[in-house]
Design a protein around this ligand. Structure first.
Ligand code: SF4
Length: 703
């Protein structure tokens, strides 16, 4: 039996997996001769896996797996040579006729870092457009923007061990028991061993909230007010470190003045948040009276029009006491996807260039010189929603969508459908031909999926892990980076002659070394890997960046931040908008326990389907009675955006009155129309451009 160490394909915890394959050398021919278990040596999970991770082999082989390049609705397949010729010709002629900003990539946190790197290099370095965005925009871009505003760089300062070292763990807008289960188990084990206090701030009484010592069921989208009030009260308390503030931060006085200008009286804030004075005092005491408090946030914070401001309000609370980068203390952003972090590192967002650089003249010059490019993008590109709007408006005329299903996962499905219909050339590379988006592609390219592909990912705590192939690809599926490099070479660009993922990883590491040399305050530093041999890359053990000599798993521990003056910033809100009324029925969407994204990989596994077998909408039993509806009946959900979803109504008293919940995973396949997102408008955070997926006003009627 051959042992292969790889990692899980799902969430940002990034658990290590050990696969046993009945093959002496190379890779196995079939999943049926493999077994898997958690990797006992991986520092993210120490051998533990959740239900989804344990069932990964059951997802293989994938139904409707895409195995050969082909044109839409054509029975005959294309050769890779013809398919990449076609992509190169279409993108080149579109750029020649309409300019560089008429083309785009839409990427995914499912891609490996090497895939992301090559796509970003082609578009930003050689096409001359930064129209490269990703479904990570929907996941954690508000945290990215907040990190940049507070620290000067998109850096998660802490590590998983902090969840075990904290006296108090505060989870905000995070159903961690379901969305990051192995990390949640670590929190529970720490609580058992030394009594960690667990606070959950979430409108719903989720599986996570049910385990909490204190659950604050706040009103949707009121967390900005809650943490702003907390910041004010902590500043008036003993939980302040004046020496740290003086030596390592900037902007405190402005932040406090700004608060005075917009924050209402305490009682009004608490009424808006829907919590009592006693509950707030309990929260304040936990922050004030414990040395080690860790606040972690997830989609409930990020997917809001206030996502960036709320994250900065949380960071403000921790900066007061000098918590950042200290064991068991500070702020931690929980990332949804397995490689959202890796994508961010190499420039997967339209608002960044590469390696955490922006579009300033000196930053562009450094990257252009390194890539040998004379056509580097001059400005940020369009972010996810604007990209699809530009397609619908006829401005983007060729798009390459990789490893994601935006017709189901973006808000306002009608707009996305129009975008895909209007755009003259839509390429989709994916593992499945049976997604809402793949069905609208002009050209389908078969991508290798988990078990077949090889490269690296970065998890929530900045830990790079090798994902390794252990099964031979069926048909002609290829690595995403290979497809992009083939197209780049056919368009006549130099610098894409990669023989392997290791070549790309070394180049990324070498670029990080150049960046660190030019901007010593930047933390993303993989210089040590620039000369890695192929054998060392193959054997690479999980490692956190930066690869510091003291092996400190935390960043900013010494109060030196990424701004050129080394100081962190207190940041005040860009947008203060109380946009809900008490009478509105608000729809919250989120993950269910056992499914993943739009069910492409998990929707056919019996054990993963049993938890929720059909599309349902949930409401508190009092809401059901007040609406004169009955549990179990069919209802129609509509919103001002248009369209209607027919669903079964189920009671769930974890919700507050006037709240509805629907899982995000169901797509047109099951609903007959689109996903929950067809009801959502395109409200977004003004800083991060992350869509607000939570709290859409809707109407529910009997059917
Ligand atoms: Fe996979 Fe996340 Fe579960 Fe770990 S916690 S096994 S990474 S889904």
């Amino acid at each position: 039996m051959k042992q292969i160490q790889t990692n899980c394909a799902y969430c940002g915890v990034g658990c290590g997996i050990s696969v046993s394959a009945a093959a002496q050398t190379g890779v196995a021919v079939s999943p049926s001769i493999c077994t898997l278990k958690g990797d006992a040596d991986h520092p993210a999970n120490f051998g533990h896996l959740c239900q989804k991770g344990e069932r990964l082999l059951d997802t293989l082989p994938l139904p409707h797996a895409l195995r050969y390049p082909r044109l839409a609705n054509a029975a005959a397949t294309l050769s890779w040579d013809d398919a990449t010729d076609l992509v190169a010709e279409k993108f080149a002629s579109t750029i020649a006729q309409y300019g560089a900003d008429s083309v785009a990539f839409y990427l995914s946190g499912q891609l490996l870092t090497e895939d992301y790197y090559v796509a970003n290099k082609l578009a930003k370095g050689f096409w001359g457009t930064a129209n490269v965005d990703t479904n990570s925009r929907l996941c954690m871009s508000s945290a990215v923007s907040a990190h940049i505003r507070a620290f000067g760089e998109d850096v998660v300062p802490g590590c998983y061990q902090d969840f075990e070292l904290a006296d108090v763990v505060v989870l905000v807008g995070a159903n961690t028991a379901w969305t990051h289960p192995v990390l949640f188990q670590r929190i529970l084990r720490a609580r058992e061993s030394h009594g960690t206090k667990l606070v959950v701030i979430d409108p719903r009484r989720t599986a996570t909230a049910r385990q909490a010592d204190l659950h604050l069921a706040i009103s949707p989208d009121s967390d900005l007010w809650l943490f702003s009030l907390l910041f004010k009260k902590l500043h008036q308390s003993s939980a302040v470190n004046p020496a740290y503030l003086e030596a390592h931060t900037d902007g405190l006085t402005n932040a406090l003045t700004n608060l005075d200008n917009w924050l209402a009286a305490d009682s009004d804030v608490l009424a808006y948040c829907g919590i009592s004075q006693l509950q707030f005092d309990q929260l304040l005491a936990l922050y004030r009276d414990h040395k080690a408090v860790l606040t972690a946030s997830c989609m409930g914070v990020n997917q809001s029009i206030h996502g960036t401001d709320t994250t900065n309000a949380i960071i403000n609370c921790h900066l007061l006491n000098g918590d950042i980068g200290k064991p068991g203390r500070g702020f931690f952003s929980l990332t949804g996807q397995p490689n959202a972090m890796g994508g961010r590192e190499v420039g997967g967002l339209a608002t960044q260039l590469a390696n955490h650089l922006g579009f300033a003249e000196d930053e562009r010059a450094l990257v252009a010189d390194f890539w040998g490019s004379d056509n580097i993008a001059t400005h940020a590109g369009v972010s996810a929603l604007d990209m699809f709007q530009a397609m619908a408006d006829g401005k983007i005329k060729a798009v390459w969508i990789m490893a994601t299903n935006p017709l189901a996962s973006l808000p306002d499905s009608t707009l996305v459908q129009k975008a895909l219909e209007t755009c003259p050339f839509v390429v989709v590379s994916d593992i499945s031909s049976d997604t809402d988006t793949a069905r609208m592609a002009d050209l389908l390219l078969p991508a290798q999926g988990w078990s077949e592909k090889s490269g690296t990912t970065t998890n929530c705590e900045r830990r790079i892990t090798r994902q390794r192939a252990f099964i031979t690809s069926k048909g002609e599926a290829k690595a995403d980076w290979w497809m992009v490099a083939e197209v780049a070479k056919k368009m006549g660009y130099a610098g894409f002659d990669y023989a392997s993922a290791a070549d790309i990883f070394r180049e990324f590491a070498a670029l990080s070394a150049k960046v660190k040399q030019a901007y010593p305050h930047k933390q993303l530093d993989l210089a040590k890997f620039a000369e890695l041999s192929d054998a060392d890359y193959d054997a690479l053990k999980p490692q956190q960046w930066p690869l510091s000599a003291d092996r400190n798993p935390r960043v900013y521990s010494y109060g030196e931040f990424s701004f050129t003056d080394g100081r962190a910033r207190f940041v005040t809100p860009a947008l203060v908008d109380t946009h809900y009324t008490a009478e509105q029925l608000l729809l919250i969407s989120g993950r269910s326990r056992d499914q993943w994204h739009t069910r492409t990989r998990t929707g056919h596994v019996a054990q993963l389907v049993s938890h929720e077998q059909q599309p349902c909408v949930y409401a508190h039993s009092s809401t059901i009675s007040a609406l004169q509806l009955v549990e179990g009946q069919m209802v129609a959900l509509t919103s001002p955006v248009g369209g209607e979803l027919l669903l079964q109504l189920m009671a769930d008293d974890a919700l507050q009155a006037n709240q509805l919940f629907m899982a995000m995973h169901w797509t047109g396949r099951e609903t007959g129309s689109f996903s929950v997102n067809q009801l959502l408008d395109t409200r977004r955070d003004p800083v991060s451009k992350q869509p607000a997926f939570k709290g859409q006003p809707v109407t529910i009627t009997s059917r």
